[in-house]
Design a protein around this ligand. Sequence first.
Ligand SMILES: Nc1ncnc2c1ncn2[C@@H]1O[C@H](COP(=O)(O)OP(=O)(O)O)[C@@H](O)[C@H]1O
Ligand SMILES: [Mg+2]
Length: 293
Amino acid sequence: MGRIIAVTNQKGGVGKTTTAVNLCAALAESGQKTLLVDMDPQGNAATGAGIDPRAVDTSMYQVLLGSAEIAHCIRPTGIEQFDVAPARLEMSGAEIELVSAFSRELKLRHALAAVVDDYDYIFIDCPPSLGLLTVNALSAAVEILVPVQCEYYALEGLGQLLHNVELVRDSLNPALVISAIVMVMYDARTRLAAEVVTDVRRHFGDRVCRVVIPRTVRLSEAPSVGQPVTVYAPTSRGAVAYQELAREIHERGEQAGADGIRAAHDPGSDESREAEQADPADVAPINCEGAHT
Ligand SMILES: Nc1ncnc2c1ncn2[C@@H]1O[C@H](COP(=O)(O)OP(=O)(O)O)[C@@H](O)[C@H]1O
Ligand SMILES: [Mg+2]
């Protein structure tokens, strides 16, 4: 059963899609079977992985509304072991169309149950909001990865995000943990960037990844040619950083005994039914040793 990780932050332009696409590519290149599920109507995750969402006949919209199986939506990318489930603009309507649907928050979770055993990793790229699409992502995931820009306002809005995660954990998904905060767009020329990293580490300790993603031109160019940076500029600093981050995320999962957490989330398992009644305080957060080094 794969690790299901939602990449989320309600701010736009903070590096969610860049992180999701490049982590998936790096994990796939290291032999992990990886699926990237696009939950943002803008469809940037698919585009960044080289899939034109306008050219597919089934997207995550049909999957969420129950008119298509997720297997029919999944497309291979140009990278072996890396698949994408694309989204496109029509999905913005799903938030409204699902309003009266039964268990509308769990549509993605139920859809992913059909493929979770086929992958080592499933990443969910979230839209920049805390609406129903994001709630679906947080209900389907076991782990949350939050990219945080190395900018002055980095911590702004994180409190709200943490609060919403708690709400989802209490009402829909007791197994959910924030397993990784990733500092992105780090500009080594500014003192501010280093100060922000120190500040975020002080607040969030071990949950902040050791690897910091630099701000680089190659990372911003790669989506325009529909390639992850590991393909577009494999030896660039951005590519190397995402490869190192992939290794760190993988090792953190192994350390945390992710198997136990995943079993508690399998929609069909006994543990899952128990977890649905469990006190969220009993669910151990992922502990990452050595994250400060
Ligand atoms: N580390 C980085 N260095 C330079 N540009 C980046 C970096 N990360 C993201 N970008 C660029 O910043 C913009 C926003 O990133 P994106 O991943 O789309 O954010 P989000 O998905 O949170 O809206 C994009 O144009 C992207 O190419
Ligand atoms: Mg995005």
